[in-house]
Design a protein around this ligand. Structure first.
Ligand code: ADP
Length: 737
């Protein structure tokens, strides 16, 4: 079994690397493994000496929320040589390191792979020439576990690499800001994103930010692609669209392989259209800053999984990279990761764009097609007279609802189907209050908070159903999309239960999960939950900064109703000490134990405790009660404060992840309904994101997964992470150090 490991960050830094190092170090120490931190990447490994230091539990405290990497990173030309790698091997042997965890991009993982392939040769040479070296093992091995650390998201073996989500949020925010100034001046903006060989950031930002045109390295452009772009921008201006935004990845190329620069695009547009075009090259701001909630959680899960792989599967041959595919941790042989990641790059270099696009996988192609549909100036098909689809948003609003409505509606309009927005949820259906959704108007909806078509909570009365049926007939509504939380699921079921009485209700319907609480069946993420999580994490980060030198405990109350997702994930992503969850409840014994832990830790010099309490984790042990109890029991050793985050969790601009999830779900709902209408089906289904990706299940199956009394699914995937959250938040007792 592995007892000594090394951990390092390498190549370009990416936000979340610190979270990964913290997870590796704490998980390893907790499992009885000693961890050497290798500072300054491969350069540090080659240099040895002070660059390789033992890490303790406390060394990785307070780094989770920081961007960059506290281990430092560097490019190393020495490591590219065999002699350099021999020095690295010598240093690994000196420290007795049996497994090396490398967090970095494809270059770094390639370096690790090369070192691993040469290992036996290096060992033989070193043991012959360094007779003084006391190797702890007869036959020293070196295992490698790679973690994907790259903002470009260009690695095979993971859906997302550590840092990509943060970078995407930076880009999307920049686009939002530019859009508002562009609108005031009728300006056209060219925004250049990072991604020399990968168009992920540009493509995802186009979807989440609402681009007018996108250029990525993986797409083979026509010889005269710019004529089409110019015509599209001209048309968009004539239509009076508030702004035009061209998003270009830094590696986008002409068909002949020459790079397309953003200033070239500006020149083309301003010369041919005589308009004011501004270029924004986002550069390193994309890389910097505090990691998003998603990146912190991704990095934490992968870091823990890397150590677990070494401990739980000591006999697994090969070196691996640990990634997250469809929200599951997956280990892929390092050689496969390196070869496949570099293959795309090679195909682009060789001008085989079609092959490069194919290698990127299905979802990349899907995003590209979707962005192309959404950037159209007019729908592909003429409006047909053959009935319409209605869309409604119901219950509490969730960030991302507008993206779902707008993308679903545009996908339907593109097929000639008119779309009505039902105003204020189900009220519109009852009162015949609809707004016909317009292609041009919806272009700028993607970043708007709340719901443009309105949302409301209410309860049906018996007399509502005939009205709904009459309005559906009158408006020739042939299908319905409902976007909302559990209340919406139940109301749609109520409507379908009335089908035997009102024939007009026999239309296909599809529900999209949208609630910040993430308490819905058949989906691991609901629209809005990522924004809420980021709001919580940002708030806790701020609270952390206020504590000064005092000894203080904060009880932060978060939403979630009877579901602990926001509390548990919020605690894990913000480094809070504990989450009180409705799934577990709160007992007096728990509170007693927490008081003892606080007393002990504060007297050992700890400055702050943060507990996240879900709003419904206990009926009697309220946030205020716990605060008073702790305060009383502290006997003056520490202070206790509360912060009830309330509606600030729900508000604000939707995160990139929520916009993308909502867009994908919106598109999928539209396609499913087009099919159902064509086949004259009247199914009522629920959309979700889990396991193998987007899934559609009958409403009865979805509700069958719910514990309706408690208002949460019977099985909740994130509860598997409770043990991880608890381990990493331990107080690092002396025996752990
Ligand atoms: P990233 O990991 O972000 O892609 P780089 O491509 O700069 O960053 O790689 C980081 C480091 O990994 C390099 O400075 C070098 O030391 C090492 N490395 C990259 N490619 C190789 C290779 N083919 N052989 C040996 N070492 C390599």
């Amino acid at each position: 079994m592995t007892t000594i490991i090394g951990v390092m960050t390498s190549g370009g830094d990416s936000p979340g690397m610190n979270a990964a190092v913290r997870a590796v170090v704490r998980r390893a120490i907790d499992r009885g493994i000693r961890v050497w931190g290798i500072f300054d990447g491969y350069e540090g490994l080659v240099q040895g000496g002070d660059h390789i230091r033992l890490l303790k539990w406390g060394d990785v405290g307070g780094i989770l929320q920081k961007g960059g990497t506290f281990l430092g990173t560097a490019r190393s030309d020495l490591f590219r040589t065999k002699e350099g790698r021999r020095l690295a091997a010598l240093n690994l042997l000196k420290a007795g390191i049996e497994a090396l965890i490398v967090i970095g991009g494809d270059g770094s993982l390639m370096g690790a792979h090369v070192l691993s392939s040469e290992w036996p040769e290096h060992v033989a040479d070193i043991l012959t020439n360094h007779s003084d070296l006391e190797s702890r093992q007869e036959n020293p091995v070196l295992k490698i576990v790679g973690l994907p650390g790259s903002i470009d998201n260009d690695l095979h073996g993971t859906d997302m690499s550590i840092g990509a989500d943060t970078a995407l949020n930076h880009i999307v925010r920049a686009i939002d800001n530019l859009a508002s100034t562009a609108a005031s001046h009728q300006r056209t903006f060219v925004v250049e994103t990072m991604g020399r060989h990968c168009g992920y950031l540009a493509l995802a930002a186009s979807l989440a930010g609402g681009a007018s045109w996108v250029l990525v390295p993986e797409e083979e452009l026509e010889l005269r692609w710019h004529q089409k772009m110019v015509a599209s921008i001209e048309k968009s201006r004539q239509l009076g669209r508030p702004h035009q935004m061209i998003i270009v990845a830094e590696g986008a190329r002409h068909a002949d392989g020459l790079l397309i620069s953003s200033s070239e695009i500006r020149k083309i547009l301003s010369e041919r259209l005589g308009i004011d075009v501004r270029v924004t090259v986002l550069g390193h701001v994309q890389r910097g800053g505090s990691p998003s909630a998603f990146d912190r959680l991704l990095a934490t899960r992968l870091g823990v999984a890397a150590v677990d792989l070494l401990v739980n599967e000591p006999n697994r041959p090969h070196s691996h990279m640990i990634g997250l595919i469809k929200n599951r941790v997956v280990a892929t042989p390092l050689v496969e990761v390196v070869e496949k990641s570099q293959a795309v790059r090679q195909e682009i270099e060789n001008g085989n764009y079609g092959k490069a696009l194919e290698l990127r996988g299905e979802s990349f192609r899907y995003y590209l097609d979707l962005v192309k549909t959404l950037t159209r100036i007019t729908p592909a098909q003429e409006r047909s007279a053959d009935g319409a689809v209605a869309i409604l948003t119901a219950g509490a609003d969730a960030p991302g609802m507008n993206a779902a409505v707008s993308v679903a509606a545009r996908c339907l309009l593109n097929h000639g189907v008119p779309v009505y927005g039902s105003r204020d949820g189900f009220y519109g259906l009852i009162r015949d209050d609809f707004v016909e959704l317009d292609w041009h108007e919806m272009v700028s909806w993607v970043n708007r908070p709340a719901s443009e078509i309105g949302t409301a909570r209410f309860t049906f009365e018996e007399s509502d159903f005939p009205k709904i049926a009459a309005n559906i007939s009158k408006r020739q509504i042939r299908a319905l999309i409902a976007i909302g939380g559990l209340g919406t699921y139940l109301k749609i079921r109520q409507i379908t239960e009335m089908r035997h009485r009102y024939d007009a209700l026999n239309i296909p319907m599809i529900i999209l999960p949208a609630t910040i609480d993430n308490n819905l069946p058949c989906t691991e993420f609901s629209i809005g939950s990522d924004t809420a999580l980021n709001n919580i994490v940002e708030a806790v980060d701020k609270i952390r900064h206020t504590a000064g030198a005092t000894r203080r405990t904060f009880i932060v109350e978060v939403m979630g109703r009877e579901c602990g997702f926001l509390a548990l994930m919020g605690a894990m992503a913000s480094g809070a000490e504990k989450a009180y969850l409705p799934e577990i409840g709160i007992s007096l014994a728990d509170l007693n134990r927490d008081v003892e832990i606080m007393k002990e830790s504060f007297s050992r010099g700890k400055r702050m405790f943060i507990y996240l309490r879900n709003e419904q984790s206990s009926y009697h042990y309220t946030t205020d009660f716990i605060c008073r109890l702790f305060e009383e029991e502290s006997k003056g050793l520490f202070e206790v404060r509360t912060a009830i985050l309330g509606h600030l969790q729900r508000g604000g601009i939707p995160s990139a992840f929520d916009r993308i999830t909502a867009s994908r779900m919106g598109a999928e709902a539209a396609f499913a309904l087009l099919k159902a209408m064509e086949e004259e089906k009247t199914t009522v289904q629920v959309l979700g994101l889990r396991g193998r990706g987007l899934t559609i299940v009958p409403i009865e199956e979805a509700l069958g997964e719910m514990d309706l009394k408690r208002g949460r699914p019977r099985e909740e995937w994130f509860m598997r992470l409770l043990e991880v959250a608890e381990t990493l938040a331990k107080q690092g007792p002396p025996e752990c150090e």
